[in-house]
Design a protein around this ligand. Structure first.
Ligand SMILES: [Zn+2]
Length: 423
Protein backbone atom coordinates (compact mmCIF):
# COMPACT_ATOMS: atom_id res chain seq x y z
CA UNK A 1 0.00 0.00 0.00
CA UNK A 2 1.36 3.49 -0.76
CA UNK A 3 1.78 5.41 2.49
CA UNK A 4 -0.44 8.24 1.22
CA UNK A 5 -3.38 5.80 0.98
CA UNK A 6 -2.96 4.84 4.65
CA UNK A 7 -2.73 8.52 5.60
CA UNK A 8 -5.96 9.25 3.78
CA UNK A 9 -7.76 6.21 5.18
CA UNK A 10 -6.63 6.97 8.73
CA UNK A 11 -7.54 10.66 8.52
CA UNK A 12 -10.96 9.77 7.12
CA UNK A 13 -11.62 7.19 9.88
CA UNK A 14 -10.53 9.69 12.53
CA UNK A 15 -12.79 12.45 11.19
CA UNK A 16 -15.80 10.18 10.58
CA UNK A 17 -15.53 8.52 14.01
CA UNK A 18 -15.27 11.93 15.69
CA UNK A 19 -18.32 13.21 13.81
CA UNK A 20 -20.33 10.09 14.72
CA UNK A 21 -19.27 10.41 18.36
CA UNK A 22 -20.25 14.08 18.54
CA UNK A 23 -23.52 13.44 16.73
CA UNK A 24 -24.50 10.57 19.07
CA UNK A 25 -23.52 12.52 22.19
CA UNK A 26 -25.56 15.57 21.19
CA UNK A 27 -28.52 13.32 20.32
CA UNK A 28 -28.31 11.79 23.79
CA UNK A 29 -28.10 15.22 25.44
CA UNK A 30 -31.04 16.59 23.44
CA UNK A 31 -33.13 13.55 24.25
CA UNK A 32 -32.40 13.70 27.97
CA UNK A 33 -33.00 17.47 28.12
CA UNK A 34 -36.33 17.10 26.31
CA UNK A 35 -37.55 14.56 28.91
CA UNK A 36 -36.10 16.35 31.94
CA UNK A 37 -39.38 17.59 33.37
CA UNK A 38 -41.44 14.42 33.33
CA UNK A 39 -40.77 11.10 35.04
CA UNK A 40 -41.51 8.35 32.46
CA UNK A 41 -44.86 6.63 33.12
CA UNK A 42 -43.59 3.22 34.37
CA UNK A 43 -41.60 5.00 37.10
CA UNK A 44 -44.17 7.68 38.01
CA UNK A 45 -44.90 6.18 41.44
CA UNK A 46 -41.35 5.25 42.39
CA UNK A 47 -38.98 7.95 41.12
CA UNK A 48 -39.38 11.54 42.31
CA UNK A 49 -39.29 14.42 39.85
CA UNK A 50 -36.36 15.83 41.81
CA UNK A 51 -34.30 12.63 41.39
CA UNK A 52 -35.26 12.45 37.70
CA UNK A 53 -34.09 16.03 37.14
CA UNK A 54 -30.85 15.39 38.98
CA UNK A 55 -30.19 12.39 36.73
CA UNK A 56 -30.87 14.53 33.65
CA UNK A 57 -28.56 17.32 34.85
CA UNK A 58 -25.83 14.84 35.72
CA UNK A 59 -26.11 13.18 32.29
CA UNK A 60 -25.98 16.58 30.57
CA UNK A 61 -22.95 17.72 32.57
CA UNK A 62 -21.11 14.50 31.74
CA UNK A 63 -22.19 14.85 28.12
CA UNK A 64 -20.72 18.37 27.83
CA UNK A 65 -17.43 17.18 29.30
CA UNK A 66 -17.38 14.21 26.92
CA UNK A 67 -17.91 16.45 23.87
CA UNK A 68 -14.82 18.38 24.87
CA UNK A 69 -12.74 15.30 25.64
CA UNK A 70 -13.74 13.56 22.36
CA UNK A 71 -12.67 16.55 20.29
CA UNK A 72 -9.48 16.90 22.32
CA UNK A 73 -8.79 13.15 22.05
CA UNK A 74 -9.05 13.27 18.25
CA UNK A 75 -6.65 16.24 18.13
CA UNK A 76 -4.21 14.35 20.35
CA UNK A 77 -4.27 11.26 18.09
CA UNK A 78 -3.77 13.49 15.08
CA UNK A 79 -0.96 15.28 16.92
CA UNK A 80 0.85 12.06 17.73
CA UNK A 81 0.54 10.67 14.22
CA UNK A 82 0.11 12.82 11.13
CA UNK A 83 1.26 16.05 12.80
CA UNK A 84 4.53 14.43 13.82
CA UNK A 85 4.34 14.24 17.63
CA UNK A 86 5.46 10.63 17.95
CA UNK A 87 8.15 11.18 15.35
CA UNK A 88 9.56 14.12 17.34
CA UNK A 89 9.38 12.23 20.63
CA UNK A 90 11.09 9.24 19.02
CA UNK A 91 13.93 11.35 17.64
CA UNK A 92 14.50 13.06 20.99
CA UNK A 93 14.44 9.84 23.04
CA UNK A 94 16.56 7.94 20.51
CA UNK A 95 19.26 10.60 20.44
CA UNK A 96 19.32 10.90 24.23
CA UNK A 97 19.24 7.22 25.19
CA UNK A 98 20.45 5.01 22.32
CA UNK A 99 24.18 5.94 22.17
CA UNK A 100 24.75 5.49 25.89
CA UNK A 101 22.29 2.76 26.98
CA UNK A 102 21.51 0.69 23.93
CA UNK A 103 18.47 -0.67 22.09
CA UNK A 104 16.33 -2.00 24.93
CA UNK A 105 16.75 1.08 27.13
CA UNK A 106 15.86 3.31 24.18
CA UNK A 107 12.68 1.33 23.40
CA UNK A 108 11.52 1.18 27.02
CA UNK A 109 12.23 4.90 27.42
CA UNK A 110 10.14 5.64 24.35
CA UNK A 111 7.17 3.69 25.78
CA UNK A 112 7.64 5.41 29.15
CA UNK A 113 7.88 8.89 27.63
CA UNK A 114 4.77 8.28 25.56
CA UNK A 115 2.82 7.06 28.61
CA UNK A 116 3.97 10.10 30.60
CA UNK A 117 2.94 12.65 27.96
CA UNK A 118 -0.40 10.87 27.36
CA UNK A 119 -1.09 10.82 31.09
CA UNK A 120 -0.35 14.54 31.40
CA UNK A 121 -2.66 15.33 28.46
CA UNK A 122 -5.52 13.38 30.07
CA UNK A 123 -4.94 14.91 33.48
CA UNK A 124 -7.10 18.06 33.15
CA UNK A 125 -10.12 15.96 32.15
CA UNK A 126 -9.57 13.48 34.95
CA UNK A 127 -9.20 16.23 37.55
CA UNK A 128 -12.16 18.22 36.28
CA UNK A 129 -14.32 15.08 36.20
CA UNK A 130 -13.51 14.10 39.76
CA UNK A 131 -13.12 17.39 41.61
CA UNK A 132 -15.65 19.51 39.74
CA UNK A 133 -18.29 17.39 38.06
CA UNK A 134 -18.61 14.49 40.53
CA UNK A 135 -18.18 16.99 43.37
CA UNK A 136 -21.02 19.19 42.11
CA UNK A 137 -23.44 16.27 42.12
CA UNK A 138 -22.34 15.08 45.54
CA UNK A 139 -20.61 11.87 44.39
CA UNK A 140 -16.98 12.70 44.98
CA UNK A 141 -15.29 11.66 48.23
CA UNK A 142 -11.76 11.91 46.88
CA UNK A 143 -9.35 14.41 48.47
CA UNK A 144 -6.29 15.91 46.82
CA UNK A 145 -4.04 14.03 49.21
CA UNK A 146 -5.69 10.71 48.36
CA UNK A 147 -5.57 11.52 44.64
CA UNK A 148 -1.83 12.17 44.85
CA UNK A 149 -1.25 8.95 46.78
CA UNK A 150 -3.35 6.96 44.27
CA UNK A 151 -1.46 8.44 41.34
CA UNK A 152 1.96 7.67 42.81
CA UNK A 153 0.92 4.13 43.72
CA UNK A 154 -0.59 3.68 40.25
CA UNK A 155 2.69 4.69 38.59
CA UNK A 156 4.66 2.36 40.88
CA UNK A 157 2.33 -0.57 40.08
CA UNK A 158 2.55 0.15 36.35
CA UNK A 159 6.34 0.18 36.49
CA UNK A 160 6.64 -2.97 38.61
CA UNK A 161 4.06 -5.02 36.67
CA UNK A 162 4.24 -3.39 33.23
CA UNK A 163 7.96 -2.89 32.68
CA UNK A 164 8.90 -6.61 32.75
CA UNK A 165 6.06 -7.39 30.32
CA UNK A 166 7.09 -4.59 27.96
CA UNK A 167 10.71 -5.71 28.10
CA UNK A 168 9.72 -9.34 27.44
CA UNK A 169 7.51 -8.44 24.45
CA UNK A 170 10.16 -6.14 22.95
CA UNK A 171 12.82 -8.80 23.41
CA UNK A 172 10.61 -11.40 21.67
CA UNK A 173 9.89 -8.98 18.82
CA UNK A 174 13.61 -8.53 18.27
CA UNK A 175 14.79 -12.10 18.82
CA UNK A 176 12.04 -14.54 17.81
CA UNK A 177 12.04 -14.01 14.04
CA UNK A 178 9.01 -13.79 11.77
CA UNK A 179 6.71 -15.67 14.11
CA UNK A 180 7.44 -13.36 17.06
CA UNK A 181 3.75 -12.47 17.32
CA UNK A 182 2.82 -16.04 18.23
CA UNK A 183 5.38 -16.13 21.06
CA UNK A 184 4.37 -12.67 22.21
CA UNK A 185 0.75 -13.81 22.31
CA UNK A 186 1.61 -16.81 24.48
CA UNK A 187 3.50 -14.56 26.91
CA UNK A 188 0.72 -11.95 26.91
CA UNK A 189 -2.01 -14.53 27.53
CA UNK A 190 -0.07 -16.16 30.37
CA UNK A 191 0.54 -12.70 31.82
CA UNK A 192 -3.18 -11.85 31.72
CA UNK A 193 -4.09 -15.09 33.50
CA UNK A 194 -1.39 -14.45 36.10
CA UNK A 195 -2.73 -10.92 36.66
CA UNK A 196 -6.21 -12.32 37.31
CA UNK A 197 -4.71 -14.16 40.28
CA UNK A 198 -2.30 -11.46 41.45
CA UNK A 199 -4.38 -8.30 41.11
CA UNK A 200 -7.16 -9.18 43.62
CA UNK A 201 -4.64 -10.55 46.13
CA UNK A 202 -1.81 -8.03 45.94
CA UNK A 203 -2.72 -4.96 43.89
CA UNK A 204 -6.27 -4.01 44.81
CA UNK A 205 -5.51 -4.07 48.57
CA UNK A 206 -2.96 -1.30 47.89
CA UNK A 207 -5.84 1.01 47.02
CA UNK A 208 -8.78 -0.25 49.10
CA UNK A 209 -9.50 -2.10 52.30
CA UNK A 210 -11.17 -5.49 51.85
CA UNK A 211 -12.86 -6.98 54.87
CA UNK A 212 -14.73 -10.26 55.10
CA UNK A 213 -18.49 -9.71 55.00
CA UNK A 214 -19.37 -9.37 58.70
CA UNK A 215 -23.18 -9.25 58.54
CA UNK A 216 -24.13 -12.76 59.73
CA UNK A 217 -27.64 -12.80 58.25
CA UNK A 218 -26.53 -11.52 54.85
CA UNK A 219 -23.60 -13.89 54.75
CA UNK A 220 -25.81 -16.92 55.32
CA UNK A 221 -28.22 -15.72 52.70
CA UNK A 222 -25.49 -15.19 50.15
CA UNK A 223 -23.82 -18.52 50.92
CA UNK A 224 -27.15 -20.36 50.54
CA UNK A 225 -27.63 -18.70 47.16
CA UNK A 226 -24.16 -19.65 46.01
CA UNK A 227 -24.66 -23.25 47.12
CA UNK A 228 -27.99 -23.36 45.29
CA UNK A 229 -26.25 -22.21 42.11
CA UNK A 230 -23.33 -24.61 42.61
CA UNK A 231 -20.80 -21.84 42.85
CA UNK A 232 -17.66 -21.94 44.97
CA UNK A 233 -15.92 -18.68 45.75
CA UNK A 234 -13.31 -18.46 48.43
CA UNK A 235 -14.47 -15.25 49.98
CA UNK A 236 -17.12 -12.61 50.38
CA UNK A 237 -15.57 -9.19 50.85
CA UNK A 238 -16.72 -5.67 51.56
CA UNK A 239 -14.64 -2.94 49.93
CA UNK A 240 -14.49 0.64 51.18
CA UNK A 241 -15.64 2.14 47.88
CA UNK A 242 -17.00 5.11 49.84
CA UNK A 243 -13.38 6.24 50.26
CA UNK A 244 -13.45 7.73 46.75
CA UNK A 245 -17.02 7.92 45.53
CA UNK A 246 -20.66 7.54 46.52
CA UNK A 247 -21.31 5.39 43.42
CA UNK A 248 -22.05 1.78 44.29
CA UNK A 249 -21.24 -1.57 42.73
CA UNK A 250 -20.65 -5.28 43.27
CA UNK A 251 -18.39 -7.55 41.27
CA UNK A 252 -16.73 -10.91 40.90
CA UNK A 253 -13.04 -11.11 40.40
CA UNK A 254 -10.06 -13.39 40.47
CA UNK A 255 -9.17 -16.80 39.21
CA UNK A 256 -8.56 -20.02 41.12
CA UNK A 257 -7.57 -19.28 44.69
CA UNK A 258 -8.17 -15.54 44.39
CA UNK A 259 -11.77 -15.91 43.15
CA UNK A 260 -14.03 -13.73 45.25
CA UNK A 261 -17.18 -11.66 45.50
CA UNK A 262 -16.72 -8.00 46.38
CA UNK A 263 -19.48 -5.68 47.57
CA UNK A 264 -18.93 -1.94 47.81
CA UNK A 265 -19.82 -0.69 51.29
CA UNK A 266 -22.01 1.89 49.51
CA UNK A 267 -24.05 -0.95 47.95
CA UNK A 268 -24.69 -2.60 51.31
CA UNK A 269 -25.83 0.73 52.75
CA UNK A 270 -28.35 1.26 49.96
CA UNK A 271 -29.85 -2.18 49.45
CA UNK A 272 -31.84 -4.56 51.65
CA UNK A 273 -30.48 -8.13 52.12
CA UNK A 274 -33.01 -9.52 49.61
CA UNK A 275 -31.86 -6.93 47.06
CA UNK A 276 -28.18 -7.69 47.64
CA UNK A 277 -28.97 -11.37 47.13
CA UNK A 278 -30.74 -10.59 43.85
CA UNK A 279 -27.81 -8.47 42.59
CA UNK A 280 -25.43 -11.29 43.43
CA UNK A 281 -27.70 -13.80 41.66
CA UNK A 282 -27.40 -11.61 38.55
CA UNK A 283 -23.59 -11.75 38.79
CA UNK A 284 -23.74 -15.52 39.25
CA UNK A 285 -25.85 -15.63 36.10
CA UNK A 286 -22.89 -14.23 34.16
CA UNK A 287 -20.82 -17.16 35.38
CA UNK A 288 -23.47 -19.81 34.79
CA UNK A 289 -23.97 -18.64 31.22
CA UNK A 290 -20.16 -18.62 30.80
CA UNK A 291 -20.17 -14.93 29.85
CA UNK A 292 -16.94 -14.37 31.74
CA UNK A 293 -15.21 -17.26 29.99
CA UNK A 294 -16.55 -16.22 26.58
CA UNK A 295 -15.35 -12.67 27.11
CA UNK A 296 -11.92 -13.90 28.12
CA UNK A 297 -11.65 -16.17 25.08
CA UNK A 298 -12.82 -13.27 22.93
CA UNK A 299 -10.04 -11.07 24.29
CA UNK A 300 -7.45 -13.80 23.69
CA UNK A 301 -8.64 -14.39 20.12
CA UNK A 302 -8.69 -10.66 19.41
CA UNK A 303 -5.16 -10.18 20.74
CA UNK A 304 -3.89 -13.08 18.61
CA UNK A 305 -5.40 -11.54 15.48
CA UNK A 306 -4.12 -8.08 16.45
CA UNK A 307 -0.57 -9.32 17.08
CA UNK A 308 -0.54 -11.26 13.80
CA UNK A 309 -1.62 -8.08 12.01
CA UNK A 310 1.07 -6.09 13.82
CA UNK A 311 3.61 -8.77 12.89
CA UNK A 312 2.92 -8.00 9.26
CA UNK A 313 2.51 -4.20 9.58
CA UNK A 314 5.73 -3.73 11.56
CA UNK A 315 7.71 -4.82 8.46
CA UNK A 316 6.00 -2.37 6.09
CA UNK A 317 7.63 1.02 5.63
CA UNK A 318 4.29 2.53 4.57
CA UNK A 319 2.80 1.64 7.97
CA UNK A 320 5.20 4.10 9.65
CA UNK A 321 5.36 6.71 6.92
CA UNK A 322 1.59 6.65 6.39
CA UNK A 323 1.02 7.47 10.06
CA UNK A 324 3.54 10.29 10.24
CA UNK A 325 6.65 8.52 11.53
CA UNK A 326 10.09 7.93 10.01
CA UNK A 327 11.24 4.40 10.91
CA UNK A 328 14.65 4.18 12.62
CA UNK A 329 17.57 3.15 10.44
CA UNK A 330 20.02 2.39 13.24
CA UNK A 331 17.74 0.99 15.94
CA UNK A 332 14.83 -1.46 16.30
CA UNK A 333 11.37 -0.15 15.37
CA UNK A 334 9.41 -2.47 17.65
CA UNK A 335 8.40 0.04 20.34
CA UNK A 336 7.52 2.55 17.63
CA UNK A 337 5.35 -0.02 15.83
CA UNK A 338 3.58 -0.93 19.09
CA UNK A 339 2.75 2.70 19.83
CA UNK A 340 1.51 3.45 16.32
CA UNK A 341 -0.63 0.32 16.42
CA UNK A 342 -2.12 1.32 19.79
CA UNK A 343 -2.97 4.74 18.38
CA UNK A 344 -4.49 3.44 15.14
CA UNK A 345 -6.50 0.41 16.32
CA UNK A 346 -9.10 2.34 18.40
CA UNK A 347 -9.73 4.71 15.47
CA UNK A 348 -10.75 1.86 13.18
CA UNK A 349 -12.10 -0.29 16.02
CA UNK A 350 -14.66 2.33 17.03
CA UNK A 351 -16.98 1.14 14.31
CA UNK A 352 -17.13 -2.33 15.89
CA UNK A 353 -18.31 -1.01 19.27
CA UNK A 354 -22.07 -1.36 18.55
CA UNK A 355 -21.61 -5.09 17.93
CA UNK A 356 -19.82 -5.58 21.25
CA UNK A 357 -22.40 -3.44 23.10
CA UNK A 358 -25.22 -5.50 21.58
CA UNK A 359 -23.59 -8.73 22.75
CA UNK A 360 -23.06 -7.33 26.23
CA UNK A 361 -26.71 -6.23 26.53
CA UNK A 362 -27.85 -9.72 25.54
CA UNK A 363 -25.67 -11.14 28.32
CA UNK A 364 -27.27 -8.76 30.82
CA UNK A 365 -30.75 -9.98 29.92
CA UNK A 366 -29.61 -13.58 30.34
CA UNK A 367 -28.09 -12.82 33.75
CA UNK A 368 -31.29 -11.04 34.82
CA UNK A 369 -33.38 -14.06 33.79
CA UNK A 370 -31.06 -16.32 35.78
CA UNK A 371 -31.40 -14.05 38.83
CA UNK A 372 -35.20 -14.28 38.52
CA UNK A 373 -35.01 -18.06 38.77
CA UNK A 374 -32.57 -18.16 41.69
CA UNK A 375 -33.71 -15.16 43.74
CA UNK A 376 -36.54 -12.63 43.77
CA UNK A 377 -37.12 -10.82 40.48
CA UNK A 378 -39.03 -8.15 42.37
CA UNK A 379 -36.03 -7.56 44.65
CA UNK A 380 -33.75 -7.31 41.60
CA UNK A 381 -36.10 -4.76 40.03
CA UNK A 382 -36.11 -2.72 43.25
CA UNK A 383 -32.32 -2.93 43.49
CA UNK A 384 -31.84 -1.81 39.88
CA UNK A 385 -34.09 1.15 40.41
CA UNK A 386 -32.35 2.17 43.64
CA UNK A 387 -28.89 1.85 42.07
CA UNK A 388 -30.07 3.81 39.07
CA UNK A 389 -31.34 6.58 41.29
CA UNK A 390 -28.31 6.60 43.59
CA UNK A 391 -25.96 6.76 40.61
CA UNK A 392 -28.17 9.35 38.88
CA UNK A 393 -28.47 7.23 35.73
CA UNK A 394 -30.92 8.63 33.21
CA UNK A 395 -34.20 6.79 32.62
CA UNK A 396 -34.69 8.47 29.25
CA UNK A 397 -31.64 7.78 27.06
CA UNK A 398 -31.68 8.30 23.30
CA UNK A 399 -32.53 4.90 21.69
CA UNK A 400 -29.81 5.14 19.06
CA UNK A 401 -27.20 6.13 21.65
CA UNK A 402 -28.25 3.05 23.64
CA UNK A 403 -27.83 0.77 20.60
CA UNK A 404 -24.36 2.13 19.99
CA UNK A 405 -22.83 2.30 23.46
CA UNK A 406 -24.86 0.84 26.29
CA UNK A 407 -23.23 -2.26 27.76
CA UNK A 408 -26.33 -2.66 29.95
CA UNK A 409 -29.89 -2.37 28.65
CA UNK A 410 -31.60 0.84 29.81
CA UNK A 411 -33.61 0.53 33.06
CA UNK A 412 -36.94 0.67 31.22
CA UNK A 413 -36.13 -2.43 29.16
CA UNK A 414 -34.60 -4.38 32.02
CA UNK A 415 -37.52 -3.72 34.37
CA UNK A 416 -40.04 -4.60 31.65
CA UNK A 417 -38.26 -7.92 31.07
CA UNK A 418 -38.18 -8.61 34.81
CA UNK A 419 -41.90 -7.91 35.09
CA UNK A 420 -42.65 -10.16 32.16
CA UNK A 421 -40.59 -12.93 33.77
CA UNK A 422 -42.40 -12.49 37.10
CA UNK A 423 -45.89 -12.81 35.60
ZN1 LIG B 1 -24.47 -7.83 34.56
Amino acid sequence: MPSSSLTLLFAAALVVSLLVKLWLATRQMRHVAAHRDEVPAPFAGTVSLQAHRKAADYTLAKGRLSLLSMAFGAVVVLGWTLLGGLDALNTAVREAVLPRWGDMAYQLSLLGAFALVSGLLDLPFELYGTFRLEQRFGFNRMTWGLWLKDTLKGIAVTVVLGLPLAAAVLWIMGAAGDRWWLWAWIVLTAYQLLMMVIVPLWVMPLFNKFEPLADEGLRERVQALMQRCGFAAKGLFVMDGSLRSAHSNAYFTGLGRSKRVVFYDTLLQQLSPAEVEAVLAHELGHFKHKHVLKRMLGVFAFSLAALALLGWLANQVWFYAGLGVQPNLDAPNDALALLLFMLAVPVFGYFVSPVLAQLSRRHEFEADAFACRQASGQALANALLKLHEDNAGTLTPDPLYVRFYYSHPPATERLAALRAAAS
